[in-house]
Ligand binder design. Structure first.
Ligand SMILES: [Zn+2]
Ligand SMILES: [Zn+2]
Length: 133
């Protein structure tokens, strides 16, 4: 995928996800310390994009802070709606395009646009890559 495609796709998209597999191992991705991390941009009605974070790890992780942190213990957690009320980071379409552009040639990064994987990322674990385990 070249830069022009990226620009066009992101301009028309409603969700963009960037996943970093540089420390990922398919056998240690849940609780073994070799996780993937993701950043999701979701377009709002006003055209700006809300950022949320994720990981393959099963440990408590705040999707607003992008940190291992138990939202249930957080003062910003709304117990009724079970949502983190930390104000999300917001970026413009230009910034979203720039974020995607920066990882376009990163072999460990996967890019998903509106559910379509437009670029695949290699796993950081060498044994996974070589099919050794
Ligand atoms: Zn592995
Ligand atoms: Zn939180």
């Amino acid at each position: 995928m070249d830069m022009m495609d990226v620009v066009k796709k992101v301009r028309n998209a409603s969700t963009v996800i960037i996943r970093d597999y540089s420390s990922y191992c398919k056998w240690r991705c849940n609780n073994g310390g070799a996780y993937s991390f993701s950043v999701r941009f979701k377009r709002r009605l006003d055209g700006k994009w809300i950022i949320s974070y994720g990981t393959s790890s099963e440990f408590p992780y705040c999707y607003r802070y992008g940190e291992f942190k138990d939202c249930w213990d957080c003062e910003h957690f709304d117990i009724e709606t079970e949502e983190c009320r930390v104000k999300p980071e917001v970026i413009s379409t230009r910034e979203a395009i720039e974020e995607v552009r920066q990882v376009l040639n990163d072999e460990f990064v996967e890019i998903e646009i509106d559910g379509e994987t437009v670029k695949y990322g290699e796993y950081g674990c060498e044994q996974c890559r070589k099919g050794l385990h």
